[in-house]
Ligand binder design. Sequence first.
Ligand code: CDP
Length: 241
Amino acid sequence: MIMETAKRTDGIDNSAVKTLRVAIDGPAGAGKSTVAQLVAKRLGLLYIDTGAMYRAATWLAVKNGIDVKDGDAIAKAAGEAVIKLEPGDETSSNRVRVFVDEHEVTQAIRSHEISELVSPVSVHSPLRKVMVAQQKELAKRGGVVLDGRDIGTVVMPDADIKIYLTASTKVRAQRRMKDQEALGENPDYNKLVAAIAERDNRDSTRADSPLKQADDAIAIITDNMSIDQVVDAVVRLCVGE
Ligand code: CDP
């Protein structure tokens, strides 16, 4: 996989912060992507949405008619593709823009279909090997915020700051409902709760790099916190306040 990412933003002027490596992990709907993106912007770091990479690989598998159980074929297709992440803007509701070869898949990778398939696709070790190698390479220089499931445990076990963001299943389902409504979908709340519980279960029980709080991660429970409050808390930890 040839992976490209866009440049860093300016952020605050503090050279110690500029080389930080920040890991943010947690279950679906805890607010990781939004928080990670805003923290990166505030601190002038590069944001890498690893979930978007697994979603792009899932989109590619569906497009090529590959069976989601065929880990080798999925890894091969992802390895041969050019996956590109660019900072979000108003055209993408501020979410990272994602390209697979010549296709923009920013919206498509957030669909219900891909959200259902991404977790079964992400269990495959051959695919994880391709993805993790690329993520380690991007993180090597420092000055990065990565979010995902295995960042503090596998991708950057030596990260400077490790955050584990979580919230109750109910709150996470409510947040997901809003996301999907914004995409013009008509989600059923109870089905969303069940889907989130199933994804949590699959992500935390898989053999290869399960979702798990790293021993040295700081847990933030976001049920009663606004995005701004969570971002402030993470930024304070990063600048050592
Ligand atoms: O945004 P949301 O929390 O729904 O998920 P995401 O971060 O886009 O990740 C989607 C799925 O990709 C997760 O449920 C995991 O199955 C997988 N994933 C992973 O296995 N490892 C990562 N580092 C990131 C995502």
